[in-house]
Design a protein around this ligand. Structure first.
Ligand code: NIG
Ligand code: FE
Length: 427
């Protein structure tokens, strides 16, 4: 068979191997770990995977080859929750938190999301694209090959639509595949009345977003999501429901920032609206964990945020997985509550703080993360017919990834069958 690229000499090829995504509960730990493996790719897809002798016997011998030298290969990592596009930074808030101020106190004193809003409104689409590009480069170097990106620092029709446009432009101008989420309901702007802002989102912004999204889906892009920050001091349960239901009518799939600081009933709403994901979940109830387990709404956990906010509590991943929930992990990369983009680091935190196994973390950062952004049938597994998105680590097995959490363990990243990052070895 004709092959464009072959990776051989793989010490451990670790991947979820799922007929149905997402993997729920105990199915998350059942990853396949093949020794002495190889993968063959053609036309940007995986065409053969398995033990090296079996793959090589099927492939033409003239294909371009990479010798993995006994190292670990996994699917490209998928980040299902980021606020990647913003101008400025909030290092001052980090300093205040180190001195004991809370996220809530800083937001009430005029910091938080609206501080990034002020900087982002002053930036042009070109500037936002250029800032996004350098952040995506760092993500790619840490093994992220697919990434969800939210708006939510414009908080007006014009600037939210500019952020949305920047996501589409970025998707076309660098290798990481992007999935757009509209999130004007991230906070209330300081210069508009609350009810009027909600009306603007429902009557003006969502129709424009849906129209922009349908132009791009004509080119084969994936789903577009509509997200709301349902929490104390942000959007109420009723406001969240109105905004998400208006989006559903326009073809936008719901997601919710749910139970991050307080439980307003957002996870119950997420399940009843068949949301693609419910994210954060620090304060989800036992009953809602059972509701999630029976649904296909993916629980996206963001341990980087509780770590970066220096909280003692973390999401109850163990209880969720043991109850049968489909758990994914993301970075929540943003300027305020989590300035962390590295998914190998999140993998380490998930093992240390959420008590997940390395197998569960792998599934949560690949197949389940892909499903959390509607791409579970295309990315997140090294499987015939799937997109050829792969990472070679400078490590021998998935047990070593969390153990090495403070350095970047990625040696090479492949997107759609092409090498898009290769670590330079210094002499
Ligand atoms: O996911 N929770 C809401 N939004 C972000 C915080 C964004 C910010 O502080 O700028 C989050 O943690
Ligand atoms: Fe977030």
């Amino acid at each position: 068979m004709a092959v464009d690229l072959l990776i051989h000499g793989i010490g451990e090829l670790a991947t979820p191997n799922l007929d149905n995504v997402p993997a729920h509960g105990s199915a998350m730990a059942k990853v396949s770990r093949i020794k002495n493996a190889a993968v063959a790719m053609a036309g940007g897809k995986i065409i053969s995977v398995g033990e090296e002798k079996d793959v090589l016997s099927k492939c033409d011998t003239s294909a371009k080859r990479i010798d993995a030298g006994g190292r670990l290969v996994t699917p490209g990592l998928v980040d299902p929750h980021t606020h990647l596009i913003f101008a400025g930074n909030r290092a001052d808030e980090f300093g205040l938190r180190c001195q004991g101020k809370t996220y809530k106190e800083i937001a009430e004193a005029g910091g938080g999301i609206v501080a990034s809003m002020r900087a982002t409104r002053n930036a042009s689409v070109d500037e936002l694209v250029s800032l996004g590009k350098s952040r995506l480069r760092r993500m790619l170097e840490a093994g992220t090959t697919t990434c969800e990106v939210k708006t939510g620092y414009g908080l007006s029709t014009d600037s939210e639509l500019r952020m949305f446009e920047a996501i589409f432009r970025l998707n076309e101008s660098q290798p990481v595949e992007l999935v757009p989420t509209f999130m004007a309901a991230h906070a209330f702007p300081t210069d508009q009345n609350r009810e009027k802002y909600i009306e603007d989102i429902i009557e003006r912004m969502l129709p424009l977003v849906s129209e922009r999204a349908s132009r791009s889906s004509a080119n084969g892009s994936a789903a577009v999501f509509n997200d709301v920050f349902c929490d104390e001091g942000y959007f109420t349960l009723d406001e969240t429901k109105r905004i998400l239901e208006a989006g559903i009518k326009l073809g936008l799939t719901p997601k919710i920032h749910s139970d991050e600081f307080a439980n307003l009933g957002a996870t119950t709403l997420a399940v009843s609206l068949k949301a693609q994901s419910a994210d954060h979940l620090l304060n989800v109830s036992d009953n809602e964990i059972d509701l999630l387990a029976k649904s296909d709404t993916v629980a996206v956990l963001l341990p980087g945020t509780s770590f970066f906010l220096n909280l003692n509590d973390h999401a109850r991943a163990r209880q969720m997985i043991d109850s049968g929930v489909a758990v994914a992990l993301g970075s929540d990369f943003n300027p305020g509550s989590c300035h962390i983009y590295s998914l190998p680091f999140i993998w380490g935190l998930a093992c240390l703080k959420l008590k997940m196994t390395s197998e569960e973390a792998l599934t949560a950062l690949t197949a389940n993360a892909a499903q959390a952004i509607g791409l579970g049938d295309k990315v997140g597994q090294i499987r015939e017919g799937y997109q050829a998105d792969l990472v070679i680590f400078d490590l021998g097995s998935i047990s070593e990834v969390p153990y090495n959490l403070a350095s970047n363990p990625v040696a090479l990243t492949i997107k759609r069958g092409k090498i898009v990052f290769e670590k330079k070895e210094s002499a």
